[in-house]
Structures are given as C-alpha cells and as structure tokens.
Design a protein around this ligand. Sequence first.
Ligand code: CO
Length: 134
Amino acid sequence: MIGKLNHVAIVVPDLEAATALYRDTLGATVSAPLALPGHGVTTVFVELPNTKIELLHPLGEDSPIRRFLESNRAGGIHHLCYEVEDILAARDRLHAAGARVLGDGEPKTGAHGKPVLFLHPKDFCGTLIELEQA
Ligand code: CO
C-alpha cells in the first residue's frame, strides 16, 4: 500500500543554522523558508535525489511541534511521510487493521497542498507516520 518515502521531517531549534548546515556542510539544495501558519510551522525543504528532508520550526504559540522541541532541545526526527495512491482507501484499511488515525480521521491538506493523514506512533514502532496522497 505505501509507496515512496516522500520526506523525513526534522524539528530544529534554529532554522537558519539548520539550513546552513544542510546547505554548506552537507552540500544539499535547500529552499527558502516557507511559513505555514495553518500548520503552525515554518519549513525549509532540503531536496535530495531520492527524497526530501523537511526542516520544521514552530510558528506561533499553538504550534503542534512546540512541545516536541521542549522535550528534544537539540531537535530530532519528528515523522516519516510515505506516499499512498488513495488516502481514503488507505485510511479504511488501517482502521480495519485496528490502527489509530490521528484527529477526526478525515484527510487534511498538508504542506504540499495534498491530502494527508497522521498515524499514531504507538501503533507504528514508535514513529509518527504521515501518509500523503501522491
Ligand atoms: Co510532513
């Protein structure tokens, strides 16, 4: 059911420093920062030949990643995003298997303008999983 790894998201305490690290030290192609107030994050995309890394920094007081950063002060891997062809079919299959879909179970529009869902980390080896309809 899952296809390509769309991105790995890393929460960082200093977005400028993290961008410089990926651009200058690791020699990757990085985007300009993109503020996504609806998601409570500012993001920088790191383009790799086979996938992307998303550097995430909290935006606003109610940012969903603020608490993560408080307990991971140096930053850390936040979630993995896998592509699926049909997000509603994927959700129904996961529900039938007893896996927990976060929120109300309805896909939201993600950072790339495509429908996404998040799956409970306790059901997936301690890893928060995002599914994005490719
Ligand atoms: Co993501």
